[in-house]
Design a protein around this ligand. Structure first.
Ligand code: ATR
Length: 291
């Protein structure tokens, strides 16, 4: 009952998820329920795509697809097929959200980093006790990103854009340096992080895959290092309660779960698709019910 194809008419707006695989995705569940709740004549479907360039060339007509989400392994190549790309998504080199404008042009965004950054900002606001402050609570903060891969880049650019002072710590120093140079930050190895605490109440964001392996309870940094941080975010979301976050809780830091990044990137995509606020409670409920 997720898809009722008899309801599709010539004017129905078609959205979809472009990727390989796509079958596991919760996106159709979320967006179709949201469309229905506000009576939008729209449908969101999975598109299993091998060659993403061919896909966008074939379906170049503005009549096809009002927008789509883009997932692995296409987040980088799809960027080249767009008419316009959000400046930060361009710097990151990856997109996950594509919207067709009324003039037919395809415009792309990266809502992954927005999801993580807004979750961290809200975490800091709670810590600061500020209900609403002008500007970002990340402005001027020291923001340590662990990892320099795709997710590391997203967090580093996103935080830098909010005025944070970025430090990239990575197992391989060269990759840390390359990214740190681009965001005007400092580079360290993961080991050097042990003796790095120029100030207290820093923010830590893990984007390495350490902690993801089932049954191996690993953490990218030893627990005693965490006392210098006021907030710790982990992009790893399976398992949700990683050793890093459990340690952080014990040292008294605020924590932000990777699942929060996942759900918030969906809020952002929905708003880009429809110009409507996302039904946040409904999305959270659906995610919980279909975990
Ligand atoms: P993603 O796109 O998810 O960020 P990626 O580009 O493969 O994935 O990057 C993985 C990141 O996790 C890298 O920063 C990697 O460090 P290296 O640059 O040194 O390879 C980091 N990483 C992966 N496994 C790790 C481990 N066992 N210990 C420390 N860092 C690790």
């Amino acid at each position: 009952e997720l898809y009722n194809f008899r309801l599709i008419k010539p004017d129905t707006k078609v959205y979809g998820l472009v990727g390989k695989p796509v079958g596991h995705s919760k996106s159709p569940l979320l967006y179709n329920a949201a469309f229905k709740s506000v009576g939008l004549d729209a449908i969101y479907m999975p598109f299993l795509v091998d060659d993403v360039e061919k896909f966008f060339n074939t379906y170049s007509s503005p009549d096809f697809a009002s927008g789509c989400s883009c997932t692995l392994p296409h987040k980088e190549v799809a960027l080249k097929c767009m008419d316009e790309v959000d400046p930060i998504a361009k710097k990151i080199g990856a997109i996950n959200n594509i919207v067709r404008r009324p003039d037919g042009k395809l415009v792309a965004f990266n809502t992954d980093y927005v999801g993580a950054i807004t979750a961290i900002e809200d975490g800091l606001r709670v810590l600061d006790g500020a209900v609403s402050v002008d500007g970002s609570p990340l402005a001027g903060k020291m923001f340590v990103v662990l990892g320099a891969g795709g997710a590391g880049k997203s967090l580093a650019y996103g935080a830098a854009q909010k005025g944070a002072r970025v430090v990239v710590a990575n197992r391989t120093l060269d990759r840390a340096k390359e990214l740190a140079d681009k965001v005007g930050g400092k580079a360290l190895t993961l080991n050097e992080l042990e003796n790095f605490h120029p100030e207290e109440r820093m923010v830590l964001a893990n984007t390495t895959s350490v902690g993801m392996k089932p049954n191996i309870d690993q953490t990218p940094v030893p627990k005693h290092v965490l006392v210098h941080y006021c907030l710790v975010f982990d992009a790893v979301y399976t398992p949700k309660d990683t050793r890093l976050l459990r340690d952080a809780k014990q040292t008294g830091a605020a924590i932000v779960y990777g699942t929060e990044m996942m759900i918030r990137q969906a809020f952002e995509q929905y708003t880009n698709f429809t110009s409507l606020p996302a039904p946040e409670d409904m999305f959270r409920q659906l995610m919980e019910n279909h975990a």
